[in-house]
Design a binder for this molecule. Structure first.
Ligand SMILES: [Zn+2]
Length: 349
């Protein structure tokens, strides 16, 4: 158990969390809490893909919504744009819910639960994956590692690496994912094709399409979310880590995905969640590219709240990455006392 988890339990036991909750209902705390989810699903229902992305069970999400609707006010993209661009006040104790990647459960599980609690959320969609029914790079990596019959495999691009597939598949997967997240100007298609060859795994196109159809929404389904009053934002076109791209690729990922969404949904789109969630920070080239692509709001996965008393940075809005291991006590503790929030790999660099 981490120090923060232990501290959350102790403070909860002492009644501190409860006192904070009552206090915030009276005075309203000057910050925005944003949460980032991917799938609301039962553990193990991962379709052979990377199951780590189920970050709340439906029952857990239901409980979390009940808690949030008692102590928070749900806000959407329009509220945050009004606040950051025009200085319009947010309601007290605002909370922003978001779902990245466009998994099917967003429509089948998440939306009915949101509706039941009168809540709203924003769904960030990687447009090429929905249009072309392509698996995400981390799901391709998971498939190659898990389905390989080889004990070891060696890749040579972008670096020479021996993968211990039989003895340490999780470590192999983590190392491959790290390569995609960190390698500048990586040719991802080449990397995945060579990985499949090294692992002696084949992914026929029909199977890929079937897996995508089972796991990701179609455009008709994304539109149903929008028609139900939910916000839709961009998650780029191909879910590449923006910081690894050549600047010449920024426009097609940023502006291109916004135009895809606007064309498909027939409504303006002004928000984006950066794939993997690294903050823009002082990267002025990327910051300029995000702005000139037409975005007013950009979301990261930096574990923090956004102060609402100063001038917050609308292109680096922090979000807490959710995890299925957060029980009700942990959830109420860190949404009430942000310092108790778990650090993520983004924060740790
Ligand atoms: Zn994502």
């Amino acid at each position: 158990m981490s120090v923060r988890t232990k501290l959350a339990r102790v403070l909860d036991g002492l009644g501190v969390v409860d006192a904070m909750l009552r206090l915030r209902n009276v005075v309203g705390f000057p910050w925005l809490t944003s949460l980032c989810y991917h799938r609301t699903a039962e553990p193990g229902s991962d379709l052979g893909l990377d199951g780590a992305l189920a970050d709340a069970t439906p029952a857990q999400f239901d409980q979390q919504l009940a808690f949030l609707s008692r102590y928070f006010n749900f806000v959407g993209v329009d509220d945050l744009v009004g606040f950051t661009k025009r200085g319009k006040k947010l309601p007290p104790n605002p909370v922003f819910l978001s779902f990245d990647d466009g998994y099917r459960e967003c429509l089948t599980v998440t939306l009915p639960l949101l509706s039941r609690h009168g809540a709203r959320a924003t769904f960030f969609i990687p447009t090429d994956h929905v249009t072309h029914r392509k698996l995400f790079w981390w799901d391709r990596i998971a498939l190659a590692v898990h389905e390989s019959k080889r004990e070891r495999a060696e890749i040579t691009y972008p670096v020479r690496l021996t993968l211990d597939l039989a003895a340490a598949p999780e470590a192999a997967k983590a190392e491959l994912i790290r390569l995609v997240k960190k390698t500048k100007r990586l040719d991802v298609e080449r990397f995945l094709t060579e990985l499949d060859a090294a692992c002696e795994v084949q992914l026929p196109r029909e199977r890929e399409e079937r897996l995508v159809d089972d796991s990701l929404m179609t455009w008709e389904e994304v539109k149903k979310l929008a028609d139900a009053g939910m916000d839709i934002g961009s998650h780029t076109r191909s879910h590449r880590v923006l910081q690894t791209l050549d600047p010449s690729e920024h426009a097609q990922e940023l502006r291109g995905s916004r135009e895809d969404l606007e064309e498909r949904l027939g409504r303006p789109v002004g928000s984006i969640a950066y794939p993997v969630g690294y903050a823009l920070g002082a990267d002025d080239v990327l910051r300029g590219a995000v702005s000139s692509a037409g975005y007013d709001l950009g979301f990261t996965c930096r574990a923090a709240v956004m102060p609402t008393f100063a001038h917050p940075d609308p292109l680096d809005v922090p979000r807490f990455l959710m995890d299925v291991s957060y029980d009700a006590q942990r959830f109420s503790a860190f949404t009430s006392v942000p310092g108790l929030a778990p650090r993520t790999t983004i924060d740790l660099g």
